[in-house]
Design a protein around this ligand. Structure first.
Ligand SMILES: [Zn+2]
Length: 327
């Protein structure tokens, strides 16, 4: 399968089907202080459409009474965003959280004019696609939808950088994991082709040594992330976010560039010059992790490869460092 045909379906970008009704209990500009009662469900048909509208209205009402930061980092996506205490996680960053519980990618697109555009964020972090798969979208369709979303953002906010997080595994929907891997691979290819797009594979770090979702990172329902899960995500996202938030050609940026040789504007440059120095790999069924450059690492097939952006993440899955490459 190839992702190339996806690029010929761009025409459908702005023609978005009527969105699936979703709801959200988040009405804070910068944080999801109130996600109580928000639950995962595969069934969104019982949620009244006006609840989706009311979620957006709640954001707009909040915005009319409060200011929101300029050059923000805006998180958007489904329940893994609404449950994320993203401002607490990144206290030094101007974070705005605009997740909608159970939102699919098309939901985000259909409300992007109200959910994303008003803030003109410098960085947009997208964590979506999980509910799409749960509701029966295929990996191809999810990738097409993600392409539509990032293309919409690029066309309407050309100065913004977009970070797409991979779709996480979950024990609750374990049967979807192979399709999730496919969707993630397609989405990574989309990001690889565009310098303004960054892809962070948070999914691999959610697996334990046996390749199953690591229970210690999830709430008891086996679906949502717990504090340790979000900590893992934050660890993977933080270095990239710190670079992406820098304005182009600022003195700070110049320092960053001279240290890492990377422009925060370039996702491809990040991946080729910077990411390889950071990442580690393991085979799904193996208790050993390697530097990505290790000969043993290169023998792991793409299908079985689990990726970590730090040593700590690899160790958090219970794996031991390889004695040859000594990661
Ligand atoms: Zn090794």
């Amino acid at each position: 399968m190839t992702v190339k045909p996806l690029f010929f379906v761009c025409a459908a970008i702005f023609i978005v089907a009527t969105s699936t009704p979703v709801n959200s209990r988040d009405n804070g500009t910068a944080e999801n202080a109130n996600t109580a009662g928000a639950t995962d469900s595969t069934d969104s048909t019982d949620i009244a459409e006006n609840e989706w509208e009311s979620a957006i209205l709640a954001f707009e009402r909040w915005d009319s009474m409060n200011s929101f930061p300029a050059d923000a980092v805006l998180f958007t996506g489904g329940s893994c965003v609404t449950h994320w205490r993203s401002r607490e996680t990144f206290p030094r960053m101007p974070v705005i959280n605009r997740g909608i519980d159970r939102a699919c990618i098309n939901d985000i697109i259909s409300c992007a004019k109200r959910l994303i555009l008003p803030y003109k964020p410098r960085v947009i972090v997208v964590a979506a696609g999980e509910h799409d798969l749960i509701q029966g979208r295929t990996a191809d369709q999810v990738a097409e939808d993600m392409l539509a979303l990032v293309t919409f953002i690029k066309n309407t906010l050309p100065a913004s950088r977009v970070i797409v997080l991979s779709i996480k595994p979950s024990e609750k929907h374990l049967s979807l994991w192979p399709m999730t891997c496919q969707a993630n691979a397609f989405i990574e290819q989309i990001c690889d082709k565009d310098d303004s797009l960054f892809f962070v594979d948070v999914a691999g770090a959610m697996l334990d040594g046996s390749g199953k979702p690591n229970r210690s990172l999830y709430t008891p329902d086996g679906f949502e992330l717990n504090a340790a899960g979000y900590k893992t995500w934050a660890m993977m996202l933080r270095p990239l976010l710190a670079m992406a938030i820098l304005p182009a050609r600022s003195p700070a940026n110049d320092v960053g560039m001279s240290r890492s040789g990377v422009s925060p504007q370039s996702g491809a440059a990040y991946r080729t010059s910077y990411a390889p120095a950071l990442y580690y790999v393991a085979s799904k069924g193996s208790k050993i992790f390697h530097k990505s450059t290790c000969r043993s690492a290169k023998r792991i097939t793409a299908k079985n490869r689990v990726r970590f952006d730090s040593r700590q993440q690899a160790e958090a899955t219970g794996r031991q460092p390889c004695k040859v490459c000594n990661p």
